[in-house]
Design a protein. Structure first.
Lengths: 146, 146
């Protein structure tokens, strides 16, 4: 099921947070959106509907666990979920905590920048919880689903 | 559960395709992306994880039925799924058929335009199936889930 040219078959695709046989959770390194996680399916399938129902339930349960963790830890203005895969057609869900102060809000992270953060505080420093602690909370939340 | 200021509580939000008690399917009027559907939850909830598990399963079943219909009818290059809600925080899923020839591909529909279609054919005219027929196929696919 591996595609030699697929970056998500070849590489982990971010900072490893948790992994199970069928999926892994990574944190993307996106300075504008520090609380940006991805749930990546292990097998190379392109579309959500390529998965049988039980596997769809499995990956969505992980997505929801990440979402709930971000909501509890960070009280974001909004959670954004998406699976696009136009560039890398290997099933992965973006789970992104958005804040009304972030660089692009209310635009999608793929849209136009709306502001530049002023002052010395980075986006990461504005989070209610430091990223290593957030990663640990996410890891703990998805552990039961592995 | 209605919010008077919420456009998705007040209006249908697009061209009506199908509806059930808990959700409705509309087609967005987006000339660059003619096969762009939304599955809108009836109650005003902001986040996917605000729904109890049975309701999450219900809305994802509708999303998948729309996705499968678009794949079968149009053979798109990719399906894009997203629930953002930064502007309208009332739960709705975007289900979008993307084509390697479309105005933004491989960028997200919210990203930068990559090309202008040349010739007299609109994006809609390039679809393998006319939109009224596509709407009927979507309606038929989700009927069993109502």
């Amino acid at each position: 099921m591996e595609h030699p040219d697929c970056p998500l078959c070849r590489d982990i695709g971010g900072l490893s947070v948790a992994s199970a046989e069928r999926w892994r959770v990574i944190r993307a390194v996106e300075p504008d959106f520090p609380a940006f996680y991805r749930v990546i399916w292990t097998d190379h399938v392109a579309e959500f509907s390529d998965l049988p129902p039980a596997d769809r339930d499995a990956i969505m349960a992980v997505v929801v666990a990440v979402e709930q963790t971000l909501r509890r830890a960070l009280s974001p203005t909004k959670i954004n979920l998406a699976t696009l895969g136009n560039v890398v057609p290997h099933l992965h869900w973006h789970v992104i905590a958005r804040f009304d102060w972030d660089s692009h809000f209310p635009n999608p992270v793929w849209g136009e920048r709306r502001r530049t953060l002023t002052g010395t505080e980075t986006a990461e420093a504005r989070l209610a919880v430091p990223l290593p602690e957030l990663d640990a909370l996410v890891r703990e939340a998805v552990r039961a689903l592995a």
